[in-house]
Design a protein around this ligand. Structure first.
Ligand SMILES: Cc1cc2nc3c(=O)[nH]c(=O)nc-3n(C[C@H](O)[C@H](O)[C@H](O)COP(=O)(O)O)c2cc1C
Ligand SMILES: [Mn+2]
Length: 497
């Protein structure tokens, strides 16, 4: 059974010892962030052990609790998707990708259960919802009712960091859901930080091209069952409904309910919903914001969201996250999504064996790709493929290695990459779109990217020298030493290997 809502996930976390309640009063400005940092990034802990989710029951200045770090470990991400290993989700996706178009009648009948299963993931419209327990309109709306955090000293204000921003493509009517941070300007206005290449920004531009003085409806849901709450960060193609994917991930359709004041729908199980609009002719300074690069993203002009109506539960849980120097909660969220969608990438490019993105590479800065190389220039083909693949277009550095490199061992990657490299020959630069948050790029959103071909070089690529074998002991010797190992007394004297 899928989680009904966020509070059911909170209960599950608590039962598994993955959640800690903070019962003393804590200030949401800076202090919750600092406490979360200490828990999530405790340097005294082993590198792979991360602290629990935190439920701050008494944030100062608000009646509502704050949930943070809920997804801040691989284990909690697996709990969120109700699997033991994230690979199980990847396998389910693979099952659907393998579905071939049926040939004869028999094949068609055989496919029916799978197709029926797919159809059962489509969002469902409902008339009643938990997010409507309280409805506040006009001057009753006050965003300061909620314990919205300011995370870092130089932040431009308080920011909603875990929203699901709903818009509709003004041309096709198709829904989009994106996780775009929102700076609080006053009781009823926020920033809308959809970066230029994101789908919300595209909806804004298309509407503006038709009617520059108009507005687009926007609704924001905060807090839902885990799969739905995470759907806003999925990197799926435009006009594909994130709510359908959420339904696939939770194995039950997301139940959607009509908003009160605009023509959008939101998940019925949301904790808090903000309804309103964005004017197409209005921009306002947004930022700075201590970002997941570990640096402040600079001030910039972004659209403004006007909140006309709040619908919510009586006692909503305010879901949020803090970003900052890696690794943070968003690393575990991003890592899970990357593992789950790897089969999609492999289907398009079967030569890809595996992909790794170290936390310090902040997703877009470094992708290590292992390929089964089968023709000259193959590594460069894969670089170009990745730079053309949705948000992978932002990848600043791509390192392509042979299939026998363990790309999750970064020491091995550094060693083998550097050994395989003739820098002038093997480095490829391209120009193109880059991540908005890249503060080193020559201009915002546009800059250069680099690919490193660290595969073995072939004669057919102009490399005519012999390529040496990697040093490995032969199996016979290893076996013989294994047989006498104990008698050497090395382990006991040195206190273990
Ligand atoms: C915690 C968190 C905060 C994010 N903040 C933003 C943001 O402020 N602006 C943005 O454009 N993308 C942000 N993202 C990334 C987007 O959610 C991601 O690119 C997503 O695919 C956007 O949806 P879209 O493809 O439908 O536009 C954030 C992601 C996470 C996990
Ligand atoms: Mn989208």
């Amino acid at each position: 059974m899928a989680y009904l809502d966020l509070r059911e996930f909170v209960d599950a976390l608590e039962k598994k010892g993955e959640l800690k309640r903070i019962r003393v009063e804590v200030v949401p400005v800076l202090e919750i962030a600092e406490i979360t940092q200490r828990v999530a990034r405790d340097e005294k802990r082993a590198p792979n052990s991360v602290g629990p989710a935190l439920l701050f029951e008494k944030p100062k200045g608000s009646r509502f609790p704050v949930l943070i770090n809920a997804f801040g470990s691989a284990r909690r991400m697996a709990l969120a998707f109700e699997v033991n290993e994230l690979e199980e989700v990847a396998e389910r996706i693979q099952g659907f990708l393998k579905m071939e178009t049926p040939q004869g009648l028999f094949d068609k009948i055989k496919m029916l259960p799978k197709l029926a299963e797919l159809a059962s993931f489509f969002p469902k419209r409902v008339e009643q919802g938990d997010c409507k327990e309280v409805i506040q309109k006009g001057s009753d709306v006050n965003l300061f009712d909620f314990p919205i955090l300011k995370c870092w000293p130089q932040d431009g204000g308080r920011f909603i960091t875990f929203p699901l921003v709903f818009t509709k493509n003004p041309e096709t009517g198709k829904r989009n859901v994106g996780m775009y941070r929102m700076q609080i300007y006053d009781e009823r206005t926020t920033g809308m930080h959809w970066q230029t290449q994101k789908h919300g920004a595209e909806h804004f531009r298309r509407a503006k091209a038709k009617n520059p003085e108009g507005r687009i409806p926007v609704s924001v849901a905060i807090g839902a069952d885990p799969a739905t709450a995470l759907a806003g960060m999925l990197r799926i193609p435009p006009d594909l409904d994130e709510m359908m994917f959420a339904g696939f991930l939770r194995r039950e359709p997301v139940e959607m309910i009509a908003c009160e004041t605009n023509d959008l729908e939101v998940p019925e199980n949301a904790e808090i919903v903000l309804e309103g609009y964005v004017n197409l002719n209005e921009m306002r300074t947004e930022g700075p914001f201590g970002d997941h690069t570990g640096f402040y993203s600079l001030e910039g002009g972004y659209p403004v969201f006007h909140v006309e109506c709040v619908t919510r539960r009586k006692e909503p849980i305010y879901l949020t996250t803090v970003v900052g120097p890696p690794p943070q909660e968003d690393f575990y969220m991003g890592y899970a999504v990357e593992r789950v969608f790897l089969p999609v990438m492999k289907m398009q490019y079967p030569e890809i064996v595996d992909v790794a993105m170290p936390a310090e590479g902040i997703f877009h800065n470094l992708m290590i790709v292992a390929i089964r190389k089968s023709y000259p220039g193959h590594a460069r083909k894969i670089m170009n493929a990745i730079w053309s693949l949705g948000q992978a277009m932002f990848t600043k550095v791509i390192v392509v290695v042979d299939h026998d490199v363990n790309i999750h061992n970064y020491g091995e990657v550094v060693w083998k990459t550097l050994c395989a490299l003739d820098p002038e020959r093997d480095v490829q630069f391209v120009l193109g779109p880059v991540d908005t948050l890249d503060h080193a790029a020559r201009m915002q959103d546009f800059g250069s990217k680099m690919g490193i071909d660290a595969t073995r070089k072939w004669a057919s690529e102009g490399f005519t020298r012999p390529w040496p074998d990697e040093i490995l002991m032969d199996e016979g010797t290893k076996k013989r030493v294994e047989a006498i190992w104990e008698s050497l007394w090395i382990e006991k004297e040195s206190g273990g290997r």
